[in-house]
Design a protein around this ligand. Structure first.
Ligand SMILES: Nc1ncnc2c1ncn2[C@@H]1O[C@H](COP(=O)(O)OP(=O)(O)O)[C@@H](O)[C@H]1O
Ligand SMILES: CC(=O)N[C@@H](CCC(=O)OP(=O)(O)O)C(=O)O
Length: 304
């Protein structure tokens, strides 16, 4: 009988066996996944994203989702004739924009992702940084960015309690203010993901975006970056716009206890599984030169 399966049984089994060292490595660990607006484009990609998250959860890995939604915010602001601008990848947020930002991030996008995950069998809970004051902020750069905030504190215990209860937290990057009757703050989702990863002691943070990773001047993928090379690429303009908060967050995360940070292509189906469970990984990885855990010793993992 003729079969038209693209892979033989042996190849399928081998793929599963190849994943064993990585499953061992990440079992019981928390991984923060920043789900950028530009990786949320098609319903099909969103389905694949949800499948990946549920798969991780069933393997005993603990995902935490921090989402963006910049493109959707800009679309609505344009429809409402509310002007909007960005400085170094951060939106300048006026009072009217803040209302739209909260509506889009804490409302539409947060609830869509949460509901999608739950329909795939996860136990996801959608919250914003205002819930239980999980994220606190003050005006960024003394108020030059309006209601765009700079994080002062993340309540990691609260997020870890949700994880312990078996929930997948889906977090909108809106922060609370210490002032009563304040509309709150708009936080760049990359920065929120980094601060959350640090506060909960995550093993890894993955940023899903709309490029294959960080590109050099010739548009080739840069596979590995450290603090010094990031500074150089920012200085000569190779890294610009929305990529600035992303690389800053990656460096910040690895400097503050997160083992590794990666920027990967959210347009590729199952990019999360490819990054976590294959030897090559995809995208750009950020390392501390002095971190002995940068490489995976596969031999050792299999022995243990
Ligand atoms: N060196 C670089 N490599 C890749 N992308 C870059 C670089 N410099 C600037 N960018 C821009 O950063 C964008 C990703 O940031 P952003 O649009 O904020 O994504 P997200 O919504 O995922 O946070 C890319 O689409 C690209 O236009
Ligand atoms: C201060 C700031 O820039 N906030 C972002 C929040 C959303 C976000 O970061 O979305 P992406 O991850 O899709 O870019 C904004 O208003 O667009």
């Amino acid at each position: 009988m003729q079969t038209d399966y693209p892979f033989s049984k042996e190849q399928k089994v081998q793929t599963l066996l190849d994943a064993i060292p990585y499953i061992k490595k990440f079992f019981g660990k928390t991984i923060v996944i920043k789900y950028g607006g530009s990786a949320q484009t098609s319903p099909d990609l969103k389905e694949k994203f949800a499948q990946d998250i549920v798969f991780l959860s069933l393997l005993g890995i603990k995902p935490v989702i921090v989402h963006g939604g910049g493109a959707r915010i800009t679309e609505l602001l344009t429809k409402l004739n509310i002007p909007s601008s960005f400085v170094d990848g951060h939106r300048v947020t006026c009072e009217d924009s803040m209302r739209v930002v909260e509506m889009v991030l804490s409302g539409e996008i947060n609830k869509n992702i949460t509901s999608l995950l739950n329909h795939h069998g996860a136990k996801a809970i959608g919250i914003s940084g205002k819930d239980s004051s999980i994220i606190n902020a003050v005006p960024k750069d003394g108020g030059k960015f309006g209601y765009t905030g700079e994080i002062t504190k993340v309540n990691g215990t609260m997020i870890n309690n949700l994880i312990k209860e078996g929930f997948i937290p889906v977090i909108a990057p809106i922060a609370d203010s210490a002032e009563p009757n304040h509309p709150g703050f708009n936080i760049n989702a990359d920065i929120a993901a980094c601060e959350i990863a640090v506060a909960i002691g995550a093993q890894k943070v993955l940023f899903l975006t709309d490029t294959i990773g960080v590109l050099d001047k010739e548009k080739n993928l840069i596979q590995t970056l450290d603090k010094q090379s990031v500074e150089n690429y920012k200085k000569d303009g190779t890294i610009a716009g929305g990529m600035i908060p992303k690389v800053d967050s990656c460096i910040d995360a690895i400097e503050n206890g997160v083992n590794k940070a990666h920027i990967i292509d959210g347009r590729v189906e199952h990019s999360i599984l490819l990054e976590l469970f294959t030897s090559d990984g995809i995208g750009t990885q950020f390392i501390r030169k002095d971190n002995p855990n940068n490489g995976i010793d596969l031999e050792k993992l299999l022995e243990n």
